[in-house]
Design a protein around this ligand. Structure first.
Ligand code: PEP
Ligand code: MN
Length: 339
């Protein structure tokens, strides 16, 4: 059930609707919009009777939702969500750029790369302290020490820190040191982790699973939102296909497909989306051209010596070139406001 309030509904009328929903034993999700507030209802197993709401003051409509998702949809919130990460945003007019190494390897490495990222004008620094590796013998990340290095990067360079949590205890730690929690592709359907992310005060970057359909991905976002965290950013990072020329196939069509259904911002990850250094910039251009709100990209000061994902890491020079190219494309798509 979705309650659409009249455009002139007062605060107390909205509060009264929220109370009725709670009294029925359900959870209300109030989404104030540019023209009206909508209230999503979760926690109900069967259909909710619209007559509970239709005659309440300030209610324009009580609509049955037939789709599997309730909170991620444009029905609930017709305008795009702008996710705020401190004073930086994702989903607004500015192209969001999240850049940094796959893994934090040392303080010197992180600082060298952060210098480049800062210089490019990007607002976000990425880097894993906890790495989900295919082999248990591969470098697993520096753990909390890596988070401490990231926190220093934030203090020195003013960059917002985006870093992955592999489990619930990891979320506790990232909340202490970071600004945005990445849920990785392999964890997209780790439902207890999604629920914990939904209770966090930090925004969530939700990667698409390696073989996730659009619905599965959006429902993973729905899990997070159903717990009350509405600051979710989706990220297309490539899926498994029969292709052998790439590590993953970056599904560019996912961007307009998400846009048609959801108000959530969506990024592309051309690094994991291709796995190959020479493909990262062309696919970054393509991602921005099809309407992504930004990108997350791996950069390393010494790609040949990277402890993970070196083959897809850009050199600082390549990264700087990428940023200027994607900004030029974004400027054409989103014309600057006339002053
Ligand atoms: C990463 O960002 O380094 C990463 C492991 O991403 P994904 O979950 O998309 O593989
Ligand atoms: Mn990586």
């Amino acid at each position: 059930m979705l309650i659409v309030m009249k455009s002139d509904a007062t605060d107390s009328e909205i509060q009264a609707v929220l109370r009725v929903i709670e009294d029925l034993g359900f959870k209300p999700h109030s989404m104030p919009g540019a023209t009206r507030t909508a209230i999503g209802i979760t926690g109900n197993q069967g259909a909710v009777d619209p007559s509970h709401f239709e005659n309440l003051a300030g209610v324009a409509e009580a609509i049955r939702v037939s789709k599997p998702y309730k909170l991620i949809t444009l029905d609930l919130r017709p305008e795009k969500t702008i996710v705020r990460v401190g004073d930086a945003t994702i989903g607004g007019e500015e192209l969001a750029i999240i850049a940094g190494p796959c893994a934090i390897e040392s303080r010197a490495q992180a600082f060298a790369i952060a210098e480049t990222v800062r210089r490019s004008g990007a607002r976000f620094f990425r880097g894993g302290a906890y790495k989900p590796r295919t082999s248990p013998y591969a470098f697993q990340g520096l753990g909390e020490e890596g988070l401490k290095i990231l926190a220093e990067v934030r203090d020195v360079y003013g960059l917002k820190i985006v870093t992955e949590a592999l489990d619930e205890a990891g979320i506790d730690l990232v909340e202490r040191y970071g600004d945005m929690i990445q849920i990785g592709a392999r964890n997209m359907q780790n439902f207890s982790l999604l629920r914990r992310a939904g209770k966090s005060h930090l925004p969530i970057l939700l990667k698409r699973g390696l073989s996730a359909t659009l619905d599965e991905w959006l429902l993973a976002a729905e899990y997070i939102m159903s717990e009350g965290n509405y600051q979710v950013v989706l990220c297309e990072r490539g899926i498994r296909t029969f292709a052998q020329h790439t590590r993953n196939t970056m599904d560019l069509a996912a961007i307009p497909a998400v846009r048609r259904i959801s108000h959530l911002p969506v990024l592309v990850d051309p690094s994991h989306g291709t796995g190959k250094n020479y493909m990262v910039t062309p696919l970054a251009r393509a991602g921005v051209a099809v309407g992504a709100d930004g990108l997350i990209v791996e950069v390393h000061d010494q790609p040949d010596h990277a402890l993970s994902d070196g083959a897809q890491a850009l050199t600082p020079e390549q990264y700087e070139q990428l940023v200027s190219e994607v900004r030029a494309i974004h400027d054409v798509i989103v014309p600057a406001p006339v002053s």
